[in-house]
Design a protein. Structure first.
Length: 190
C-alpha cells in the first residue's frame, strides 16, 4: 500500500513526494524522474553507467557522507519495497556480506558492511519509500551512518525529493529515466 506523506515535528510536509502533491515547483532542480530543492551545503553528482552513458542515479554529498537515490516503477497502489528488500538481502548474503535489518524513519532498512578495494569495508544503510506507481531507494554511506548532523541533512534531502513517474507504462522495478537539467555542465572524461 502507498505510504502517505506525513508532517514532521514542526508541522512541515515531509515526503518523498509524488509529482501530484501540491508543492511549489519553481525552485526544484529537475533531473527527469527526480526533482529536489537545491541545498547549497550539499553537492549533487549524476552517476553515469559506463559503456552506454545512461544516468542511473543521483548522489548527494555532504561532508564525508553520501546519499545515492534511484527511482523505480512499481504497480499502482502496491508497495514493492518488501520484495526488493528481500531480494537485496538474498543477493548480499550470497556474496557473504554481513548485514542486519533495522527499523528506520522510512520503514525496514538494511545496514551492511560492503567490501571496498582489497580489505576495506564500508558501512552502508539502504532504505526505500513507496509512492504512487514508484519506489524511491536511498543508500547512505560515510560518517552519516552514525553522525547525527550528516544523517539528518541527508535524510532531509531524501524527504524533499519529488518523483515524476510519468505516464509511460513500465514494468515493476524498471529504473525511471533521469536526465541532466538544461544548461548543466557535463565534465569531460579523462
Amino acid at each position: 500500500m502507498k505510504q502517505n506523506s506525513k508532517r514532521d515535528q514542526n508541522g512541515q510536509l515531509s515526503g518523498p513526494f509524488d509529482e501530484s502533491e501540491s508543492l511549489d515547483s519553481s525552485e526544484l532542480a529537475e533531473f527527469g524522474s527526480i526533482a529536489f530543492v537545491p541545498n547549497p551545503r550539499v553537492n549533487v553528482r549524476a552517476e553515469i553507467e559506463e559503456g552506454n552513458g545512461r544516468m542511473v542515479a543521483l548522489s548527494f554529498d555532504f561532508n564525508e557522507s553520501s546519499l545515492q537515490v534511484q527511482a523505480f516503477a512499481s504497480p499502482k497502489g502496491e508497495s514493492i519495497w518488501d520484495e526488493v528488500l528481500n531480494d537485496m538481502v538474498l543477493n548480499l548474503e550470497s556474496q557473504g556480506i554481513a548485514l542486519e535489518r533495522h527499523s528506520g524513519p522510512f520503514g525496514t532498512e538494511i545496514h551492511a558492511q560492503m567490501p571496498m578495494g582489497t580489505d576495506a569495508l564500508k558501512a552502508v544503510r539502504m532504505f526505500g519509500y513507496s509512492g504512487d506507481r514508484w519506489l524511491l531507494r536511498g543508500v547512505i554511506s560515510g560518517p552519516a551512518i552514525n553522525e547525527l548532523e550528516s544523517r539528518t541533512e541527508l535524510e532531509s534531502i531524501f524527504r524533499g525529493i519529488v518523483v515524476r513517474r510519468g505516464e509511460i507504462p513500465l514494468p515493476p522495478r524498471e529504473l525511471l529515466p533521469l536526465s541532466l537539467p538544461e544548461g548543466a555542465i557535463v565534465p569531460k572524461a579523462n
